[in-house]
Write a protein that binds this ligand. Sequence first.
Ligand SMILES: C[S@@+](CC[C@H](N)C(=O)[O-])C[C@H]1O[C@@H](n2cnc3c(N)ncnc32)[C@H](O)[C@@H]1O
Length: 245
Amino acid sequence: MKVNAKSDHKLLPKVTKVVAKGDAKGKKVNKAWLHDHINDPYVKQARKEGYRARAAFKLKEMDETLGLIKPGDCVVDLGSTPGAWSQYVRRKLSPTGAAVGALNGRIIGLDLLPMEPIEGVVFIQGDFREPEVLAKLEQALSTEKGPVKVDLVISDMAPNLSGIESADAARIAHLVELAVEFAQTRMKPDGALVVKLFHGSGYDDLVKLFQASFKVVKRMKPKASRPNSSETFLVGRGLKNVTPV
Ligand SMILES: C[S@@+](CC[C@H](N)C(=O)[O-])C[C@H]1O[C@@H](n2cnc3c(N)ncnc32)[C@H](O)[C@@H]1O
């Protein structure tokens, strides 16, 4: 699979540091990337609106197109660090649209890496593939009245890529499959799952998995997703087979 999963989630407060790290060729690439990054309207907009990453605008466009987030929702954000998607959901679930204060709903973020706290967002650090981490997530969804069913699962998880086509395709597929499995057991029957994946080998099988799992499947390529990246998103709505917890 030709995967260009170039990270766009660092807003790079200090540009010089990055350039200093590369060799001669690396410096050129970094310079070109930095030039594009600094002039990227989504990077500028993210800074202006206080988002930690331009990725916020990918979720925003999908939400505005498909109406994914509603007041009172319980949202699980997989691969949440640095936190732009959680920030967007946090604002959307605020009665006033504010980043702080009252929150009408629940948000749980999960990532391998630490995440700076976001008011009202419960964060779990760990690997989503590990059963202990899943157990922590299930614990975070438990209340005295029993487990809370999730309205929306959003996954921007991306594995570290090795460059070996078959291995990378398998890693990407595994994360998507686990997200689907989680949605099937923990989501409300009319809930939605958003996952990031990459065009290439394995893509068609993941679309088929979505079609077998959800009543409605949409393929999304938000404008903020770089056109030269094979990154794309699938949105599944309404579970076809509800697996009891
Ligand atoms: C592109 S970033 C997510 C950006 C985030 N949506 C935002 O808006 O700030 C992808 C994240 O997925 C996380 N990730 C990758 N594999 C993971 C795994 N197995 N379990 C948990 N997180 C994972 C990475 O650590 C990384 O922070």
